[in-house]
Design a protein. Structure first.
Length: 410
């Protein structure tokens, strides 16, 4: 095996998200660590931005002979001294879009993150609007493990780098990222990537998983893997991809997908697991961590073009209820932070339309009642969620949806 070969020896065990303003270098950093450019769809290549949540995995290794942080690398042989390294963890990166119009996609990605890297460009004023909005989103979803990277440091002198560092400290004071490590890097020039890996190993633990619980997977994408013109007898069933949050799934399991097809009413789909894929290849069973692809016996027409994004997967009749309406306990922010100017958040009014992110699902809702902190909403698209589930609430301000607060389904 060549020294720079990147093998994924087993299923990833932890999901690390990227967050931060557009163009600050999230996708470049993921590429520097994993060797994979996650923005591969034609529309993304054309516009030069990440649109859909992307996944790329890496195995982290430690050299027994080199000092920190040089000893950390994604290679089974040390790039500094050539020694054989020890496998630490297999990690999955969930690369999120940073453009303000793609906040809903970022929130879907945030629903499956166990830790996050907040990428902040050192050559711009801190904070930029989505730097603020993403940190607020992570905080409200309960994210506790954050590493900050100060990117593009090769573009500025030491004095400016120090100013940017102090601006980051002021901006994060009082937030969940207050004591986060701040690693200066150049993602493009691959400088200090070993220190980022060390910070991830130190500050983003693998969460304790409930492997005995009934399986619960959030769908982030779904596809038809067949090429156009294929013969009917060669057709492969529909594929759904996402992250298992708890439990285990095995080839041969019966599964239910909720809410499933949305016609007049939600129609859950029942099928069987025909195959299971992870970045380590085809497997017989999967645990939480990384992107899992489930090959089903569903008609691929039902799964094409991300039609099942936002649905959840589990064993039949074990999933949370399908909700057409919900009541939530709401805490609003003082200001909406997604634009350069901070806008005061007014109370939620009966009759207004909100955008709600619940897990990886996103739907619009009409507010039917709003009293104190209790808000009742009729959903345009049903969602599958339990009491206690977190809701990210956005409102149209000017010409954009802005995050205005957090809800909990009651
Ligand atoms: P994202 O929107 O946060 O995912 O940002 P990208 O990774 O797509 O990077 C945006 C632009 O910044 C691209 O043109 C990158 O080549 C550039 N970039 C990323 N990292 C660095 C860096 O360390 N230094 C410099 N000078 N440019 C960088
Ligand atoms: Mg990107
Ligand atoms: Zn070494």
């Amino acid at each position: 095996m060549s020294a720079r070969e990147r093998l994924i020896p087993r299923q990833p065990e932890v999901n690390i998200g990227t967050a931060g303003h557009v163009d600050h270098g999230k996708t470049t950093l993921v590429e520097a660590i994993t060797g994979i450019w996650t923005s591969a769809h034609s529309e993304e290549l054309k516009r030069g931005i990440t649109i859909r949540v992307g996944y790329a995995d890496a195995a982290f290794y430690k050299c027994p002979n080199c000092p920190s942080p040089d000893r950390y690398s994604p290679y089974p042989r040390c790039p500094n001294c050539g020694s054989e390294t020890t496998l630490l963890r297999v990690v999955s990166f969930v690369d999120c879009p940073g453009h303000e119009s793609l906040m809903a996609n970022m929130l879907s990605g945030a629903a499956v993150m166990d830790g996050a890297i907040l990428v902040i460009a050192a050559n711009e004023q801190v904070p930029q609007p989505q730097t603020r909005e993403h940190l607020l989103a992570l905080e409200m979803l309960g994210m506790r493990h954050i590493v900050i990277v100060q990117n593009k440091v090769e573009l500025i002198d030491d004095q400016k780098a120090l100013e940017s560092y102090h601006a980051i400290k002021r901006f994060t004071a009082g937030t969940v990222a207050e004591n986060a490590a701040i690693i200066p890097i150049s993602a493009q020039n691959r400088i200090n990537i070993d220190a980022v890996i060390e910070a991830i190993e130190t500050h983003i633990p693998t969460p304790k998983r409930e492997t005995q619980a009934p399986p619960f997977m959030q769908i982030l994408r779904s596809f038809d893997v067949n090429k156009p013109g294929i013969k009917v007898q060669d057709l492969k069933g529909g594929v759904v991809g996402g992250t298992l949050l708890r439990g285990e799934l095995k080839v041969g399991d019966d599964i239910e997908i909720r809410p499933g097809l949305i016609e007049e009413k939600a129609k859950p789909l029942f099928t069987k697991i025909k195959s299971l894929g992870t970045s380590a290849g085809l497997v017989d069973s999967v645990r939480p961590g990384g992107l899992i692809a489930i090959g089903t016996s569903l008609d691929p027409v039902l799964t094409k073009s991300d039609s099942l994004l936002g649905c959840v997967v589990g064993h039949p009749n074990t999933l949370p209820p399908i909700l057409d309406s919900l009541t939530m306990y709401v805490q609003l922010f003082e200001t909406a932070v997604g634009s350069p100017e901070l806008v005061k958040v007014e109370k939620i009014r009966s009759g207004e339309v909100l955008r709600l992110n619940i897990g990886t699902a996103v739907t619009l809702g009409n507010v039917s009642a709003s009293k104190e902190n209790a808000v009742e909403v009729n959903l345009r698209r049903p969602v599958c969620a339990d009491k206690g589930a977190k809701v990210a609430i956005s409102r149209r301000i000017g010409d954009r949806w802005r995050l205005i607060g957090a809800g909990t389904i009651t």
